[in-house]
Design a protein around this ligand. Structure first.
Ligand code: ZN
Length: 124
């Protein structure tokens, strides 16, 4: 008997939401992979033709911006995967720091939350 249990209906709702977010993130990842491939081709063309190509720096900037966004999406995907794993092992919605239940409104706002609101405030 534990006070941290969520109803199966609530869990199912969060699981559906996390799966939808996962699908969305994967879609964005696929879009970025396509865009990255284009940048990569453009870059290799540029270096093959002329190392001092005037568009070089712009390309590098675009590249690093894309890489940063890609890292964000990958991190988001990893968060969603960890949340789905917690649903599978029954620890979803339990604060990783104090072990108390994370409130449903908080999870509604942030389904991948691993800390209750009190601990999140303490950690900053
Ligand atoms: Zn906590």
């Amino acid at each position: 008997m534990t006070a941290t249990m969520m109803t199966p209906a609530q869990l199912a709702r969060f699981e559906a939401r996390l799966r939808a977010e996962r699908a969305d993130a994967e879609e964005r990842l696929a879009e970025f992979d396509d865009a990255m491939a284009e940048v990569r081709i453009a870059r290799s063309d540029a270096t093959a033709d002329d190392e001092h190509d005037p568009e070089g720096p712009t390309m590098t900037q675009e590249w690093s911006q894309r890489t940063a966004v890609l890292a964000d999406v990958r991190a988001e995907l990893a968060d969603v995967d960890r949340a789905l794993a917690r649903i599978a092992d029954g620890s979803y919605g339990i604060c990783a720091r104090c072990g108390k239940r994370i409130t449903v409104p908080r999870l509604d706002a942030r389904p991948t939350a691993t800390l209750c609101i009190d601990c999140a405030r303490l950690v900053g």
